[in-house]
Design a binder for this molecule. Structure first.
Ligand code: IPE
Ligand code: IPE
Ligand code: MG
Length: 247
């Protein structure tokens, strides 16, 4: 029996975010270069997108390249950017068939022009898809995003468009790159690292965190189902007592 059958339909998280980590270590374990791990990670991305769509997840956000990843060796960055262009070109048709809509969050302008163009093309191809909302975080970091939001709000205050008293939790959310996405109920990180690495800091205030030692290229739809089952067995209290939730 697949874990899929254990998933409770009316308790599905609407938004799942994933820190896809461990490609380099996966490659090293087979005596290969890090890039080999990134290449194999694409299959995991495909599997997770299809599986998420299959069970009716509405939003899936994947952390693919962080602001800090620009500090990696240039060879690896070039390989990752090349792989990105190739994957978008190869996968867009399949994404369309799976009714997936695409968006990107992050400092897109810092990406090579070729990547920007391919992304634009793919986003346009998929703009009418009615299914899963896929968000890829590229050249993204939460501190970058929050800094941008603060600048934006400061400008609006300066121009007299809003009063400082009107700065609320909601207004801050509306100024983030994820403005029209719900906060993720579930955040998954692979590779055994128990950290957030500058991902969605504001949005995960009350997310359930799920860490698995599986390296990203080994992660498949079934692992996603396992994470969802684990999530469904938790009690989300939001500061209240257990008793309050029952009554
Ligand atoms: C995740 O795998 C992919 C990116 C960060 C781009 P890593 O490349 O971080 O692999 P490890 O963590 O070094 O094994
Ligand atoms: C986090 O992975 C970023 C992505 C998965 C894109 P890293 O491998 O860059 O994170 P750290 O440096 O180990 O925290
Ligand atoms: Mg890593």
């Amino acid at each position: 029996m697949s874990l899929k059958d254990k998933i409770i339909e009316n308790k599905l998280p609407s938004h799942i975010a994933i820190i896809m980590d461990g490609n380099g270590r996966w490659a090293a374990l087979q005596g290969k270069q890090r890039v080999y791990g990134h290449e194999n990670g694409v299959e995991s991305v495909r599997s997770v997108i299809e599986s998420a769509g299959e069970i009716g997840i509405k939003y899936l956000t994947l952390y693919a390249f962080s602001t800090e990843n620009w500090g990696r060796p240039q060879d690896e960055i070039n390989a990752l950017m090349g792989l990105l262009v190739e994957s978008i070109a190869n996968e867009t048709e399949n994404l369309k068939e799976n009714k997936v809509k695409l968006r990107v969050i992050g400092d897109v302008k810092s990406l090579p022009l070729e990547v920007q163009k391919k992304l634009e093309w793919s986003i346009n191809e998929l703009k009418d898809s009615p299914g899963l909302n896929l968000t890829i975080a590229l050249s993204y970091s939460a501190r970058w995003e929050i800094t941008e939001a603060i600048k934006n709000i400061a400008i609006q205050v300066k121009e007299g468009l809003i009063d400082p008293d009107e700065i609320t939790d909601e207004l801050i959310s509306k100024n983030l790159t994820t403005a029209d996405l719900p906060d993720p109920e579930l955040l998954i990180r692979t590779s055994g690292e128990n950290r957030i690495s500058n991902f969605l800091l504001w949005q995960i205030a009350y997310s359930e965190l799920y860490f698995t030692s599986k390296l990203w290229p080994d992660f498949r739809g079934e692992d996603l189902f396992e994470a969802i089952c684990n999530y469904q067995n938790r009690e989300r209290r939001f500061g209240k007592t257990s008793q309050q939730l029952v009554s």
